[in-house]
Design a protein around this ligand. Structure first.
Ligand code: P6P
Length: 333
């Protein structure tokens, strides 16, 4: 493949679809640069005094890892001064982060999970950064949380960086999903895959099976049928993968298909699953749909959900279209 940089892709995409104005291109490149910095910090591991837990908890009541905080700071500092953003929101911060008065305010809202999969940091398993971009409501002067509460269909850009054996940046602006690999010698994102596509069928599923006794009947039925393999109604054998880093599991599904599930379960019936809508499920759902897959909460399209709170959680079923439709139909029956 001819080596196309992130900048060249964004400029050519603007010519083709006129949906990446200068300020959105700047935002994307700034986020890309911040992810390079995070990749560098993550890659130091024990050599960089960045492993282990900080003495603090995030809004979810989860103990923060040092790299969670470092990654959050990197994204805040990278995006404050450019004039392309009105405000930011992060899994690691209770409140939204308006752009400081000393900088000009832009027209976009950036949401992110700065380092998803934190439980994998100290054991050297792939982790990632997830980001989502919305337009600020017209005429907004002072950003509030309410300005962020837009359905996932309003996203103008979404993507993730995956810090694995390679560092890759995967993004969509609504015209397919492109993947860029970090060329560490040049310090540049180079396009390595165009129009990623998820096969409609799959033999691979991802779920934390230790929760099986808590699953509600539709999930239990769906997983049991796959476990029955050729001896059951599915008449084929399945394989299971669970990395416990959503970014890595989703990247595998974008690359070769699969179905990822984090359902609500009986442990806490009022809690609709573990994953967050605004900066995990929505960006991943946008990417998955753009790659020909599907993403629901078991009942409805994730992108159609009208958010009520910035940090609200949602059940997630995403990946190969025919499998997501099947498990969703079991919930609806
Ligand atoms: P469990 C990571 O903490 C995360 O938010 C997702 O990346 C991942 O899919 C999930 O939680 C793992 O949850 O319950 O298996 O540890």
């Amino acid at each position: 493949m001819k080596r196309v940089s992130l900048t060249q892709y964004l400029i050519e995409e603007q010519r083709r679809h006129n949906n990446i104005p200068e300020s959105l291109r700047l935002l994307t490149e700034v986020v890309g640069r911040a992810c390079k910095t995070i990749s560098h910090a993550v890659g130091k591991g024990a050599l960089g005094e960045v492993l282990g837990s900080a003495e603090s908890e995030n809004v979810q009541g989860e103990v923060q890892k040092k790299l969670d905080i470092i990654s959050n700071e990197i994204l805040l500092e990278a995006n404050e001064w450019g004039g392309h953003l009105a405000a930011m929101a992060s899994e690691e911060m209770e409140q939204i982060h308006p752009i400081p008065n000393r900088y000009p305010m832009g027209e976009y809202l950036l949401l992110f999970d700065p380092l998803d999969g934190s439980s994998n940091i100290d054991v050297n398993v792939s982790i990632g950064t997830i980001f989502s971009v919305l337009k600020a409501p017209a005429g907004m002067q002072h950003p509030t949380e309410a300005d962020f509460l837009q359905p996932g269909t309003q996203q103008v850009l979404a993507g993730y960086a995956l810090y694995g054996p390679q560092t890759v940046l995967v993004l969509t602006t609504g015209n397919g999903v492109q993947s860029f690999t970090l060329d560490r010698e040049m310090g540049a994102w180079v396009m390595t895959q165009k129009n990623m596509s998820i096969p409609e069928d799959t033999k691979e599923f991802a779920i934390n099976a230790s929760n099986a006794r808590h699953w509600f009947p539709p999930v239990k039925r769906y997983v049991d049928e796959m476990l029955a393999g050729t001896t059951g109604v599915r008449s084929k054998d399945f394989n299971m993968r669970w990395i416990a880093s959503m970014v890595a599991d989703v990247h595998r599904i974008l690359t070769r298909g699969g179905v990822f599930m984090y359902p609500a379960d009986a442990r806490d019936p009022d809690k609709p699953g573990k994953l967050r809508l605004m900066y995990e499920a929505n960006p991943m759902a946008f990417l998955v749909e753009q790659a020909g897959g599907a993403a629901t909460d078991g009942k409805q399209r994730i992108l159609d959900i009208h958010p009520e709170k910035l940090h609200q959680r949602v059940a997630v079923f995403l990946g190969s279209k025919n499998e997501v439709e099947r498990v969703t139909s079991y919930h609806v029956e």
